[in-house]
Design a protein around this ligand. Structure first.
Ligand code: NAD
Length: 339
């Protein structure tokens, strides 16, 4: 059993902790928290050992009635792999802590690419991370793009990708984020950082990305145009995507017209926290004109990277069977929508 610690128990960390706890080949050593807030209380209620991310604050946990298993250093020492889920920039600061204990580490997409030996997507480049000492699971948007670009490139060849990303202003819990009543080109310069980030997974891919930010919290929406090297018909591409377990083709009769109904669907389906780990592609939008493929997809920013983190743990441990890792992750989490 691989012993896994999760440092940072916020939006991504709490989901990664649940996913790790569900794996047949992993034990969750515990989670590190900075403060004894409601998320710390939730972790304790789930029986996850709590570690103080800031040792000087250990008293605060005692005052809140929360038992600690130790401080973050103990968590790192007792783990075979640490998944760092701290806010952007803190992961890079934590690198020395993981190195001191010789504990392989997984970082998140908010970190610069050079934080780790390899940028990782389970579908596109699992093999690159096998046996590495560190990996960065790319951002939610890059994960969503990698999952469609990998099968398209393998099957038809990709000449050029152009993507406009309409991005949620903040996560539901991020009360301080905006915009509140605005539509922002973000960044106003082109390309947005997403294209170069996709190139950390597909170094030779020609891709331009444009970003916009809107007053929404539920999901991101991508408008995708990929010029292929051959010209399949749209149904062939639908069949190709139907074989990809982390892609969900929204059926035309489902009456799902946006991210609000997608989230409603996820809640109705009993998904934890209403999570949608799969890319949600509107089947009707999938169109091919000559060699140009078009589609709309929605990406649940809070959850699509979670299975990728689980697969990254196996890759760092030297497990080189990408397909088996993905299947184990999916079965244990309940990934794959059979509509
Ligand atoms: P978050 O703010 O929701 O959670 C981060 C948690 O880490 C918080 O609980 C915070 O208190 C804690 N923390 C702060 N400093 C810490 C420290 N020194 N040690 C331990 N814990 C500490 O952030 P998030 O949205 O979960 O993002 C985490 C990472 O995942 C970032 O790199 C982000 O870019 C990336 N990411 C976020 C999303 C998203 O949409 N939320 C999607 C994909 C990737």
């Amino acid at each position: 059993m691989t012993q896994v610690g999760v440092n940072g128990y916020g939006t991504i960390g709490k989901r990664v902790a649940d996913a790790v706890a569900a794996q047949p080949d992993m034990d969750l050593v515990g989670v590190a928290k900075t403060r004894p807030n409601f998320e710390a209380e939730t972790a304790a209620r789930k029986g996850y050992p709590l570690y103080a991310a800031i040792p000087e604050r250990m008293d605060q946990f005692a005052e809140a009635g929360l038992d600690l298993a130790g401080e973050v250093e103990d968590l790192v020492a007792d783990s075979d792999v640490v998944v760092d889920c701290t806010p952007s920039g803190i992961g890079a600061e934590n690198r020395s802590l993981y190195a001191e204990h010789d504990t392989p580490a997984i970082f998140q997409g908010g970190e610069d690419a050079d934080v780790a030996e390899v940028s990782f997507n389970a579908r596109a480049n699992f093999e690159d991370a096998v046996g590495a000492n560190s990996a960065r699971v790319v951002s939610c948007n890059t994960t969503g793009l990698s999952r469609i670009l990998a099968p398209l490139d393998e099957t038809y060849g990709v000449e050029k990708a152009r993507v406009t990303l309409v991005r949620r202003g903040g996560d539901p819990g991020q009360t301080g984020r905006g915009p509140i009543d605005d539509i922002l080109p973000d960044p106003v310069t082109i390309p947005s950082h997403h294209g170069p980030d996709v190139n950390t997974i597909f170094p030779d891919l020609d891709i331009d990305t444009l970003g916009m930010k809107v007053p929404a919290t539920l999901m991101h929406t991508h408008s995708v145009n990929v010029t292929l090297e051959s010209s399949p018909d749209a149904d062939e591409v639908r069949d190709l995507f139907a074989d990809e377990t982390r892609l969900f083709l929204i059926p035309s009769g489902a009456d799902i017209d946006g991210s609000g109904k997608l989230k409603e669907f996820a809640h109705d389906a009993g998904r934890p926290r209403g999570d949608l780990w799969e890319n949600c592609i509107w089947s009707e939008s999938l169109t091919v004109e000559d060699r140009d493929l078009y589609l709309f997809q929605a990406i649940h920013q809070e959850s699509d990277v979670v299975p990728e983190n689980v697969d990254a743990v196996r890759a760092l441990r030297g497990d080189d069977d990408a397909a088996e890792s993905r299947a184990t992750t999916e079965e244990s989490m309940g990934i794959g929508i059979d509509y």
